[in-house]
Write a protein that binds this ligand. Structure first.
Ligand SMILES: *Cc1c(COP(=O)(O)O)cnc(C)c1O
Length: 388
């Protein structure tokens, strides 16, 4: 059977062959398999060296210091550590600002914190899926301890003005008894847009290897050095990662993430415009179809995302008919249920329009041929469903 064209890179990416090769060197007896925390033999020293090299690659990708990279199991854990870690340290007192367009891996920890007594303000994205600095300003309170917003929305690709909000959080922190910390879920932007933690002025930043051609099950939280004392661990054990996250480090996973980070840094300036051009060709090929609209911002958007509302068509039926394409309706995390996307609904789409929306996301291995075939297929399916 011929497999469908993969246009679901926002859900996950395949591991780059170079990354897979690096990982294979860290599994078996003749590879670098050991526990990086083993101090008494060369196996451990070699593993530690490779893990630290990988940490340096991730630090280079984010323009931070290696000592600011905390390994985790992925962006879900990084988000949990950021939100719970800050408020655990603060005795579950104070105020959190976040948005209704966040990934569930921020929304659910925020709800959990609300049950513990933290007061949460939920910002509403505008019609293009964006949260503005003005909204953060208006929501700020004397007891605000954390602002948590995503860099790129996983469903629409809309890009939050992170640097402006970061600058604002730093300014208002001066003269306060406690800082207003700024956390950014950057799982959808790392490797797709430039992410420089100093330029963005963030304190905490989550990333996930499997969104940029690394393996699943590994990620990191950037924790600015100065605020490390303000973060409590949520995983207790051997005191790894300077006490912020215990657990034996998975050498092969981290080496894979490091290799993926290096490839992303090397290729970003070529890859971004190439993929954006293909995405624009995909949109140009279907934009004239009756009832078709683009969801989210057309300007402030990641290079890989295209979220389209096929008004009047049922999303499930559409996805079933688009057999030659691997795409997503809503996000991978919510498509197990038939609930329409809460992100699109927060942007003001009706249930029906949210149901009729499809996310296309492109990546490193998407070709011009893929896009041309996708356009023909989408046109056929839509015209067929509309006439039927
Ligand atoms: C994929 C994703 C996550 C979850 O990352 P995992 O590493 O799979 O846990 C969190 N936030 C956003 C925005 C994502 O796209």
């Amino acid at each position: 059977m011929k497999k469908p064209i993969y246009l679901d890179y926002a859900a996950t990416t395949p591991v780059d062959p170079d990354v897979a090769q690096a990982m294979c060197g860290c599994l078996t007896m003749d590879g670098v398999f050991a526990n990086p925390a083993s101090r008494s033999h060369i196996y451990g020293w070699q593993a530690e060296e490779q893990v630290e090299t990988a940490r340096g690659e991730v630090a280079d990708l984010l323009s931070c210091d290696s000592r600011e990279v905390v390994w985790t199991s992925g962006a879900t854990e990084s988000n949990n550590l950021a939100l719970k870690g800050v408020f655990e340290k603060a005795g579950y007192r104070g105020h959190l600002i976040t948005s209704l367009a966040e990934h569930k891996a921020v929304i659910d920890p925020a709800k959990w914190l609300a049950e513990k007594g933290v007061e949460v303000t939920w910002l509403q994205p505008d019609a293009s899926g964006l949260v503005a600095l003005e909204q953060v300003k208006a929501a700020l309170r004397p007891d605000t301890r954390l602002v948590s917003l995503m860099h790129v929305n996983n469903e629409t690709g809309s890009v939050t003005p992170v640097a402006e909000i970061g600058e604002f959080c730093r300014e208002v922190s001066e003269g306060r008894p406690h800082e207003v910390l700024f956390h950014v879920d950057a799982a959808q932007s790392v490797g797709k847009l430039p992410v420089d933690v100093n330029q963005l002025q963030v304190d905490l930043l989550s990333l996930s290897a499997h969104k940029f051609y690394g393996p699943k099950g590994v990620g990191a939280l950037y924790v600015r050095r100065k605020i490390q004392p303000l973060l409590a661990p949520i995983m207790h054990g051997g005191g790894h990662e300077r006490g912020m996250r215990s657990g034996t480090l998975p050498t092969h996973q981290l080496v894979g993430m490091g290799a993926a980070a290096r490839l992303s840094r090397e290729r970003l300036t070529d890859e971004m415009p190439r993929i954006a051009l293909l995405r624009d060709q995909l949109w140009a090929g279907i934009a004239d179809l009756p009832g078709v609209r683009r969801n989210g911002s057309a300007d402030l958007v990641s290079p890989i995302h295209l979220n389209v509302c096929f008004s009047g068509l049922d999303g499930e039926a559409l996805q079933l008919s688009l057999r030659e394409l691997a795409v997503s309706s809503g996000s991978a995390c919510t498509s197990a249920s038939i609930e329409p996307s809460y992100v699109l609904k927060a942007m003001g789409l009706s249930d029906a329009d949210a149901h009729s929306s499809i996310r296309f996301s492109l990546g490193r291995f998407t070709s011009r041929d893929d896009v041309e075939m996708a356009v023909v297929h989408i046109r056929n399916v839509v015209l067929q469903l509309q006439s039927g």
